[in-house]
Design a protein around this ligand. Structure first.
Ligand SMILES: Cc1ncc(COP(=O)(O)O)c(C=O)c1O
Length: 404
């Protein structure tokens, strides 16, 4: 545990203040641990917000990336990039889908998905295609993706929003069918299998199966945003695989490159050829360094059995939290799957992020009152126990303080 609360680091007068940052700067890491510039050590239960799949300074990823940097970082998409085919074929093998478009971030992957849904509509004569999205969804912060996002705070100040989104509650198949009846121009349903920023809200297996059926009945694309919940985090390669369904479009990013920016839109046969030459592109998308990061991340995940690790250690972490917080009335629910867990409290708890850092643990709070744990998938059972040992007493103390 860190003895003192983190000291203020140098202010950043030239960096735009778009983030409310903790007053600490991290200098290096190893495995699930990071150190700040003052030498304090933290257990990283946030993993760069579900990004650092292999933790920090992984012994096999680092030399692979060094090798790639020394060969070729970037070329442009004017030429073939063999590593793109290597990563794309692996993603298709793991998902059962057909073709991949590469980009660099989650919002870019979702932006491409939205364009696919619209073009899919135009190609079949729908002039003003609409996409069904969910309440509490988060799909990114570009204009189209923030319009698809179901959080008025994120949208405030950026109107006019992009039109063409129809919003329904998550896990309500009846509302989905109704939306289809009242909106004849719908061409796709777009949702996160587990909502991340919205508070770790899983779509149920029944709902996912109903969604697949309703999409098939209506000739809609089923587009599953697995930017946060995908890439092994839940214990399967992709979270929707727990429901035994396949999407038509699956945006990925975050954990795919274990920290190197890489996004992908993985498409099944109905969507794979919707975009053609000149329809979409991005300078950095699919560059050799990003592709190598994806290829090596997946290779190491397979070699080290990280899907099983996420499932087993995730279950232990969840059980440990449930036991340590048992009987605490202010804990509403502990939910999620694998190493994507949320602890919902009965009141806003943003302050816990600072308190946890002071106690040597990195976490985040999302949707105001949900503690989010998305650590690297290499987390050990012992490290999971350490998360519980630090976090549970902080939560108990917090909940038993008089309200400000
Ligand atoms: C489900 C989901 N989609 C999209 C995004 C946006 O990704 P990015 O921040 O890489 O643009 C996020 C980021 O948190 C996300 O959780």
């Amino acid at each position: 545990m860190n003895a003192a609360a983190p000291a203020a680091v140098t202010l950043e007068p030239h960096v735009m203040a778009t983030y409310a940052r903790l007053p600490l700067a991290l200098s290096h890491g190893r495995g699930c641990w990071v150190w700040d510039t003052e030498g304090r050590k933290y257990l990283d239960a946030l993993g760069g917000i579900a990004v650092n799949t292999l933790g920090h300074a992984h012994g096999r990823l680092v030399p692979a990336l060094q090798d790639q940097v020394a060969r070729l970082i970037h070329t442009s998409n004017y030429y073939h990039v063999p590593l793109q085919e290597q990563l794309a074929s692996k993603l298709c093998e793991l998902s059962g889908l057909a073709k991949v478009f590469f980009c660099s971030t989650g919002l870019e992957a979702n932006e491409a998905a939205i364009k696919i849904a619209r073009k899919f509509g135009h190609d079949k004569g729908v002039e003003r295609p609409e996409i069904i999205v969910c309440e509490k969804a988060f799909h990114g912060r570009s204009l189209a993706t923030l319009s698809a996002t179901g959080n008025p705070k994120i949208q405030a100040g950026f109107g006019p929003l992009v039109e063409g989104f129809v919003r329904v509650p998550l896990n309500d198949a009846g509302a989905l069918a109704d939306a289809g009846r009242t909106h004849p121009n719908v061409t796709a349903l777009f949702l996160e299998v587990i909502q991340g920023e919205g508070g770790i809200n899983p779509a149920t297996i029944d709902y996912l199966r109903a969604a697949r059926r309703i999409c098939d009945e209506n000739d809609w694309l089923l587009m599953l945003d697995e930017v946060q919940c995908g890439m092994g985090r839940t214990g399967k390669w992709f979270a929707h695989q727990w429901a035994g369904i396949r999407p038509d479009v699956m945006p990925l990013a975050k954990g795919l490159g274990s920290g190197v920016p890489v996004g992908a839109v993985v498409c099944g046969p109905r969507a794979a050829d919707v975009l053609g030459p000149g329809n979409h592109g991005t300078t950095f998308g699919g560059n050799p360094l990003a592709m190598r990061a994806g290829v090596e991340t997946i290779r190491i995940m397979e070699e080290d059995g990280l899907l099983d690790n996420a499932a087993i250690v995730g279950a232990a972490l969840r059980a440990g939290l449930a036991q340590a917080l048992a009987g605490e009335a202010g804990v509403v629910e502990i939910r999620g799957q694998g190493l994507m867990l949320g602890v919902e409290l009965a009141r806003p708890c943003g302050d816990l992020v600072k308190r946890a850092a002071a106690a040597g643990l990195l976490i985040s709070v999302t949707a105001e009152q949900v503690i989010r744990l998305v650590p690297p998938l290499i987390l050990s059972a012992d490290e999971a126990a350490q998360i519980v040992a630090i976090l549970a007493p902080l939560v108990r103390t917090f909940l038993n303080e008089p309200r400000p």
